[in-house]
Design a protein. Structure first.
Length: 235
């Protein structure tokens, strides 16, 4: 089994500039490996640093110490030290991300929001929209909404667009930050099935799921983030 992601001794501290430059340690010595074909889940209470770990992996947060090495087109790339251009290339080809919130360009239709990641990788526009249509239908988003901008949608509808956009590509690594938080039971089951399909296809998934039923259904193992707490290290 291949190992597309290795995280070693990662640390993150935030500087609270509006509070006199107070330093807020978030995590210390974060270390784990992610295997192809598995879904590992970051566990721990709110504020433990789970989302920060995902954001560091995606290059949204800087890494203070340590390395986050991802296998990108056969080459080991350390996201913690990579240039912005390299991070963008890794996002395009290797690591996908489903966040808690949908951020899109205004006035772009839901269908094109979902299709865009495929189009940006060179796929035919018609084929990308067909694939987007299939995913939106599977996630039970009414077809009458597909031509509308998602900014007008409810939270649950926006999240289904978000999920479809994140799952449309074949990224080897996929990060999931509470993807089912705004969904009803019917659509949570759909997402559970989509995660299982990604695993069978050989993708490596790392997620956060506060819904215990979803977490139990998708997790191959739990990575306890409290083990990386600065307070625990100090104790």
């Amino acid at each position: 089994m291949s190992t597309p992601l290795i995280v070693s001794d990662v640390a993150k501290t935030f500087t609270m500039h509006l509070q006199g430059g107070v330093l807020l340690p978030v995590v210390r010595r974060v270390s784990f490996k992610l295997q192809a074909g598995e879904c590992a889940v970051l566990g721990g209470p709110s504020g433990a640093g789970k989302s920060s770990i995902l954001k560091m992996l995606y290059g949204n947060y800087a890494v203070d110490e340590g390395s986050m090495v991802i296998r990108h087109k056969g080459i080991a790339v350390d996201i913690a030290a990579a240039s912005p251009r390299t991070v963008l290339a890794v996002r395009r080809e290797t690591i996908g991300y489903v966040s808690q919130f949908l951020r899109v360009v205004p006035r772009v239709s839901a269908l094109d929001v979902v299709a865009e990641p495929l189009i940006s990788r060179g796929s035919d526009v018609h084929e990308a929209r067909e694939r987007a249509s299939t995913l939106l239908a599977r996630l039970n988003l009414p077809e009458r909404l597909w031509s509308l901008p998602p900014a007008t949608f409810s939270g649950g509808e926006q999240q289904r667009v978000n999920i479809a956009r994140g799952f449309i590509t074949d990224h080897p690594v996929l990060l999931l930050d509470e993807p089912t938080a705004s969904l009803d039971a019917r659509n949570r089951e759909v997402v559970i099935g989509m995660i299982a399909e990604k695993k069978r296809a050989g993708a490596a998934l790392l997620g956060i799921f506060h819904d215990a039923d979803v977490r139990d259904a998708v997790a191959d193992r739990i990575i306890d983030v409290t083990a990386f707490s600065p307070e625990r290290e100090a104790a």
